[in-house]
Design a protein around this ligand. Sequence first.
Ligand SMILES: [Zn+2]
Length: 237
Amino acid sequence: MEEKLSGIVLGGVNVGENDKILNVFTLEQGVVSAKIKGVKKAGAKLKFASEPFCFAQFVFAKTGKNRTVIGASLLDSFYPIREDLSKFFCGGALLEYVRKFLKEGIVGEQTFYLLVNTLKEMAYGEKAPECLLAYFLINALSLSGYALLLDGCFGCGCELGNRIFFDYAFGGFFCESCRIETSREINADTFFCLQKISRGESLEKERCIRPLKLLDFYLSEKTDVKINSLKELLNIL
Ligand SMILES: [Zn+2]
């Protein structure tokens, strides 16, 4: 049986001398695995379709549960992401997030469009890749059921001021009078930057570092999932 799906390559592992097993996030079927043959040979026609970030219309041959790529027409390679170190690290974190959070075969249309739009902006837009990564994480976490609550104090709903406390178990922020024992004080500017990023504002790289650190902390504590490329990125920032 043949199956046509629009998908983005998240990564792959080598099998044998010339083949790969790809991890592809598709619009129609969620994350799927597929074998792609002969792509390590010189001049392989489908080599482009085995590279991370490749966004293509894939044609799979399906036998039982196994898929093999038999054709692909490129929609976008987001090539500039590979030419810039910051973009490459941030883009890698996007792909790793999807690999770790979206289970195989579970459709995630909204996350798919969020990923395509973020990759597009990262490749061709003006915003700092760190800002786009933070925007993606805030929204993707919300779609995965781990929303950060950025509207105001989680306790009383007031607008937060100069002392702000974060509690990862709630994904919420508290004012000084509502703070709970498990919350810890954060730099107030981190909260305001997160708010701005979540509204789609463009922040320079330096103002995205603390928000990314908080997102990394929240991810590790709340979900037990570690995004290694995010940690590597934070080490070089
Ligand atoms: Zn309060």
